[in-house]
Structures are given as C-alpha cells and as structure tokens.
Write a protein that binds this ligand. Structure first.
Ligand SMILES: *Cc1c(COP(=O)(O)O)cnc(C)c1O
Length: 383
C-alpha cells in the first residue's frame, strides 16, 4: 500500500471517506426538489437552490441567447477583454440590487474569498474570523498573511474582548447565514463593534443572497445601510440558481480588487451564458416576490414539524436546518433510513462540521406533500 492508499483506508475505517455521487437526469424535469441517483428518484433536501431558479426556463433561455451571441467560452480574463457587455450589465444590476456604488463579478464564491480577502488584508492587519466560517474564508485569511484571531461562533462579547486587546488595522469576517448551522450572524452588533474599533466588516452572504431581506441579503434583513466600512460578498451559485459570485461595496474597493484580486486578474472570465443566467435570476427575484414567500412558508412548515417531533435543530433560523444526531453512526443511519423512504438528505461529518448531523435544506420548489413525507419518514425513524 502506498501513502495515499493508507490514508484513504484510515478515512474508510473512521467512516469519513467521501465519494462523489453524481446526479442523474430526471426526464421532463429540472426541478431541484427531485434528484436521481443510480436511476432512483428521491425528494432532494440537500440543494442550495433555495428558490428553484437553477432549473427555471427564464434562466435557461437567457443562457441560450448569450451562447448564441457570444459562444461557449469567454476566451480570456476580464482585463484582457474576456468580458462582455453582459458582464458589465450584471455588475450594474447588482450594484443597484445591493444599493452600493459598485460590484465585481468573480468566478465562484471560493474564488471571491481567496481573492478579495488577501486584497484587503496584509501582514500588518488582524482578521477576526468567526470559528464556523467557510473553508474559502479560512483559505483567504491564510493567503492574506494577516494575523488571524478566531472568535467563538457569533459571540460578539468575545469578539469585542479580543479586539480590545489588539492593535493596528482590523477586519471582521463572518458568514451572514451559516452554511451548516443555518443561524444568522448578529450583523447589527458586529457593525457596532466594528465602528468602535474603526474596523472593516466583510460579510459572506452566500446563503443570505436571494433568501434574506427580500432577496437582497443580510444587510437589508437587518435594515442596515451599506457604507464604506462594509464589504459584501455573495454568490450566484445558491439561491440565484446560476454560477459565480460577486463583491459589492464602495467604488474604490471594487477598483482595488480589479487591480489586486488575483482570482480576478489571473483567471478567465465567466462565460457570457452563465452571466446572463445570473442577470436573469436577479430580474426574477426583483419582479416576483412569491418565490421568496414560498421559500419561507416551506421553511416554517418544516421547522414547526421538526420541533413537534422534538428534533435538535441547533440554532437554525433559515431554510438550512441541521438535525443534530450526536454521532457519525446515527447521522449515517438516519441518512440511510431517509434514503429508503425516497428522501435524499446526506449526513455531514467532521471535518466539515464539528458535530455530525443531517443537513436539511428546504426550498421554494418543495411541495407541502414533500415536507409531509419527510416528517412522516422522521416519525418512523423515531419509533
Ligand atoms: C458555497 C459557499 C461559498 C463558495 O461559493 P461557490 O460559488 O460555491 O464557490 C463561499 N462561502 C460560503 C459561506 C458558502 O456557503
């Protein structure tokens, strides 16, 4: 056995080996509330496509039109004219949507964090990072060479204490909606602490965009006006049903990213088709509030059902609802039980999360019956 065989075997022994499960095509349906695995159809409670836009006709039509006009690939980075008028249009539309001066499209949320964080932070700066922040934030902090101080999850008292003891330039980085726990960061308090310490606040709104604040994201949810000390990152890849990401904020920050964001400068532009789909998604959210209403009605329905059954949903406040199972074995067992009942809800294990769980995500594409079926299946598991 070579080194990698041995390491893989160790993961297998600990029930931590991961495998790629490819999603099949369900004929006649692009509905993300359904998933086909090895030819079997399941109700999908593992999608980040919160509004069901990924399969929408409007987005697909917009992408097709852009392919017809611009072809499949961008051919070069934005600075080498790989971008199109649609890229600019998307950025203008975003800036308006987020009520900020400017926005920049980036190739993915991962790229956005590993590009923007090193662009705004350097070795003379201290980053305060929530302990549950996403891996892309962790990597962005490492690449920045800034000093990093971790504060306890959403604990603003702990953060204030740590900031008190620290000198020099400061940046606070947090997810808005935490991707594994489904709770919301206390943005108002974070904003106040940042003001006290003249610190920048960097928000990763990957799961807030399209979900909170009528789709505009976490700041609007809290009624906070964007300003020069707040940088918002968001993605097109989750509720917006497309692909890619953005940074939104003051024009000087955006100009700085254009000049120093390595994942922007040294990477080929997003294809126009993808950008056109993102633009169509923003239009959809703006023009039709019913999608977001449906999402939240479904979220409340499922959450209430889970409460009645007595599940530990941790601190979930959003369509992301974890079921804390206590052990990896129980998480895997529950996931298998649900799978037998035609429901796809994978177990999430360390190192992705500290506590093993089933991570449910409910979307606007689920029907009342889908939610009832999940609740019934969970009831059987308990008995
Ligand atoms: C998904 C996610 C990202 C990465 O976004 P992609 O567009 O999928 O690369 C970044 N941050 C958070 C909090 C996420 O959940």
């Amino acid at each position: 056995m070579n080194l990698f065989d041995r390491n893989l075997e160790a993961l297998r022994q600990e029930n931590l080996l991961r495998k790629i499960g490819d999603r099949g095509v369900i004929s006649g349906s692009r509905n993300s509330s359904r998933i086909s695995i090895h030819g079997i159809e399941y109700i999908n409670f593992a999608s980040n496509d919160y509004l069901g836009l990924a399969g929408s006709l409007e987005l697909a039509e917009a992408a097709k039109k852009a392919i017809d006009a611009y072809g499949a690939g961008a051919g070069a980075s934005r600075l080498l004219a790989g971008g199109t008028e649609i890229h600019k249009q998307l950025e203008r539309s975003l800036a308006k949507f987020k009520s900020v001066e400017a926005a920049l499209a980036l190739n993915s949320g991962y790229t956005a964090n590993v590009s923007a964080i090193p662009a705004i932070a350097d070795e003379n700066c201290t980053i305060f990072s929530d302990e549950l922040n996403h891996a892309s934030i962790v990597d962005g902090c490492r690449l920045s060479r800034a000093k990093k101080i971790i504060y306890r999850h959403t604990d603003t008292g702990h953060l204030a204490e740590l900031m008190e003891q620290s000198k020099g330039r400061k940046i606070v980085i947090t997810e808005t909606v935490f991707s594994m726990d489904g709770d919301i960061a206390p943005i108002g308090d974070l904003r106040r602490i940042c003001k006290d310490h003249d610190a920048l606040l960097y928000l990763d709104d990957a799961h807030g965009t399209g979900v909170l604040g009528e789709g505009c994201g976490a700041l609007k949810h809290f009624g906070i006006e964007p300003d020069s000390a707040i940088i918002q990152m968001g993605t097109f890849s989750k509720a917006l049903g497309s692909f890619g990401a953005f940074i939104a904020g003051e024009k000087t920050i955006i100009d700085w990213l254009v000049n120093t964001g390595r994942g922007f400068i040294f990477s080929t532009a997003l294809p126009a088709s993808v950008v056109a789909a993102s633009l169509a998604a923003i239009e959809s959210i703006r023009s039709d509030k019913r999608l977001i209403e449906r999402l939240w009605t479904n979220r409340t329905g499922l959450f209430d059902g889970l409460q009645k059954l007595g599940f530990d949903t941790m601190k979930s406040e959003t369509p992301i609802i974890p079921l804390n199972t206590g052990s990896i074995e129980k998480a895997l067992g529950l996931s298998r039980h649900l799978s037998d009942k035609g429901i796809y809800a994978p177990a999430i294990r360390p190192p992705t999360v500290p506590t093993p769980r089933i991570r449910l995500s409910v979307t606007a594409a689920h029907t009342d019956e889908d939610i009832d079926r999940l609740i019934s299946a969970l009831k059987i598991w308990q008995s």
